[in-house]
Ligand binder design. Structure first.
Ligand code: CP
Length: 315
């Protein structure tokens, strides 16, 4: 149940590491109440009427961009979308000058996706309006982790403590893996990682996780498996000698999934490389939560926009 007296202390959402477990539960409760609006015939409430949200996506996106836009519109905020193509970034304007220019139009929030780790934090430090990190380089994707948490909370009947989540695939390049690892371990989930050695990040041995190279061992007894997109655009460094070998060893298939707990959940943040990190039959099976994640993205982002636009930094 959403607590209307909870004081939300954050002006910006930059990384899940800034959140307490109470912040997360409050946000997920609020998202659950917004999910009800998404199922109505008329999906709009006046909650953020008069507020302005700029969607500044300097890197490609389908799910995050569209769901933030739908989330803002369902709460009646005014939205303006800016991409790298078609903006003055392509004429050489700096990130800071772009941010200052957008701020001069008095938005309440800027949602930013950028290929550089730290871009959202950099703007949050310079601008007075709220900043939402919609993914920065390899660093963080807090709203993805929150919507994954929303999805698992629902699928697991509300209990995180003692559950086991396997995160599988290209961990080294994944902001989703980093944000989920932080968020879910904070909530008591045991996180396992499985990847070839070359796709594990430097320093992984200091993370509070179990690391596996062998998928059959990693999946054994898991309550959920989150497959990650193999970031083919970042494989020029020769980290993988052979994609068919990668697929043979690390693709989540039905026989492999059968080693997990009965009814284990399958997640993927998208976009999927079908046949490479996840087989068609796993992606499309009844216990696949892939489209539930997308749906949860709208409700979770409605909660983020509401908390930052109406309460951000006012406690
Ligand atoms: N999961 C995710 O961030 O997807 P998009 O890149 O399509 O936004």
């Amino acid at each position: 149940m959403y607590d209307t007296h909870y004081l939300w202390p954050h002006k910006d959402l930059l990384d899940v590491t800034q959140l307490t477990a109470d912040d997360v539960m409050h946000l997920l409760d609020l998202a659950a109440s917004f999910q009800e609006i998404n199922r109505r015939p008329v999906k709009r409430v006046p909650t953020l009427q008069g507020k302005t949200v700029i969607l500044f996506f300097a890197e490609n996106s389908t799910r995050t961009k569209v769901s933030f836009e739908i989330a803002a519109k369902r709460l009646s905020a005014d939205t303006h979308a800016l991409g790298k193509a078609g903006s003055s970034l392509n004429k050489g304007e700096s990130l800071l000058d772009t941010g200052l220019t957008l701020q001069a139009m008095h938005p309440d929030l800027i949602v930013i996706r950028h290929s550089s780790s730290g871009a959202a934090a950099f703007l949050a430090d310079k601008l007075s309006c709220g900043i939402v990190n919609a993914g920065d380089g390899w660093h963080a994707h807090p709203t993805q982790a929150l919507l994954d948490c929303y999805t698992l909370r629902h699928a697991w009947g509300g209990r995180f403590e003692g559950r086991t989540l396997l995160i599988l695939g290209d961990i080294a390049h994944s902001r989703v893996a980093r944000s989920n690892m932080h968020l879910l371990t904070m909530l008591g989930v045991k996180v396992r990682l499985c990847a070839p050695r070359t796709l594990l990040p430097a320093g992984v041995e200091t993370w509070p996780v179990e690391v596996f190279g062998d998928l059959d061992r990693a999946v054994d007894g898991a309550d959920a498996v989150m497959c990650l997109r193999l970031q083919l655009e970042r494989q020029q460094a020769g980290l993988l000698p052979d994609l068919s070998e990668y697929s043979r060893r690390y693709c989540l298939t039905l026989p492999r999934l059968s080693r997990a707990k009965t009814g284990a959940q399958v997640l993927h943040p998208g976009p999927m490389n079908r046949g490479l990190e996840i087989s068609d039959d796993v992606a499309d099976m009844a216990d696949s939560r892939v489209l539930d994640q997308v749906s949860a993205g709208v409700a979770t982002r409605m909660a983020v926009l509401y908390l930052l636009a109406m309460q951000g930094g006012r406690s």
